[in-house]
Design a protein. Structure first.
Length: 303
């Protein structure tokens, strides 16, 4: 595991010249040549944000537990402290790389408007296999912004430099947010399949007999079962239904609670435990929030 704390260290690791600015750098991916370390892959942790649009042939990238193929041009995002590794797919073949990457140290955005909003973009929590596939026009738009940032980092630094670069980064992230929204729409068929799979999964979960032992379903558990990241799943469901994963889980839970309250002789306490709640108070509070009635009032409405 190699922990790289500064952008200068990263340039040294990838055999690049020292950056023009110590806290932000735009590189040509083809110019970066990490030390091979005997041909073995090395796990890296970077202490800064990374955004890239690149194509890499004969390279395997692993981000967290997810392998990813960069043969297609995609835009990817990594927040600080994430673990990833790179290795040649076939050591007898030439590694081909193209594109760019921008590295932004948190110190660069400290005490700026971006510092308050950067982590509001959900795509920092997406895995690499949920990267953004850009159209040709979208890639042109992103590349233009990156060139503007690169020019600023290479110019003489003055009192306007940081403000202009921050503004460009905010524009870059806003365009990425827009293009992700487009991707959710254009991949409608596969996205709706995830929603269908969620419905089957959540129904099966609440039909289990041992919910008191396993507890309520979590967003993390559901996302893992659907092979997507929790952030991506919630963004997808927000686009398709207007609700987050947690809200959809609660809706299904209340639906099952209503069914049990109206068709069974189980006590409210028994229903609460059968749905995975440890405390009846938590169940009653959620039910009241969702229906404006207590479980007892809802049951009485059927008598």
């Amino acid at each position: 595991m190699k922990h790289i704390k500064t952008i200068s260290e990263f340039h040294e690791y990838t055999n690049l010249p020292q950056p023009d600015h110590p806290l932000i750098s735009v590189i040509n991916v083809a110019d970066a040549h990490p030390d091979s370390h005997g041909g073995n892959s090395e796990h890296l942790i970077l202490d800064f944000y990374s955004i890239a649009v690149k194509r890499m042939h004969n390279v395997k990238v692993k981000y967290g537990q997810q392998p990813f193929d960069f043969n297609e041009g995609v835009m990817s995002f990594m927040s600080p402290k994430q673990v990833f590794s790179m290795t040649a797919d076939n050591k007898d073949k030439e590694v081909k790389k193209s594109g760019w990457a921008i590295y932004i140290h948190p110190d660069f955005i400290w005490n700026t408007s971006l510092a308050k909003t950067i982590n509001n973009y959900d795509f920092w929590g997406y895995t690499l296999n949920e990267a953004l596939f850009l159209s040709e026009k979208e890639e042109e738009t992103i590349n233009h912004i990156i060139q503007n940032i690169k020019k600023e980092t290479q110019s003489n630094i003055d009192k306007f430099t940081k403000h202009i670069i921050i503004s460009q980064i905010e524009t870059l992230l806003n365009y990425a947010d827009r293009f992700y929204s487009r991707q959710f729409i254009t991949r409608e068929k596969s996205n709706h399949q995830i929603l269908k799979d969620f419905e089957v999964l959540i129904n099966d979960y609440f039909n289990r007999e041992n919910l008191i032992d396993v507890g309520l379903p979590t967003v993390q558990h559901i996302a893992q079962q659907l092979n997507v990241s929790p952030k991506y799943l919630s963004s997808l469901f927000q686009m398709l239904t207007g609700q987050t994963t947690q809200q959809l889980i609660h809706d299904k839970l209340i639906e099952k609670a209503k069914e049990k309250l109206s068709t069974s002789q189980l006590t409210i306490s028994e229903i609460s435990y059968s749905l995975g709640f440890e405390h009846i108070q938590s169940f009653s509070k959620l039910f009241k929030v969702k229906t404006n009635l207590s479980p007892k009032e809802f049951r009485q409405s059927f008598n």
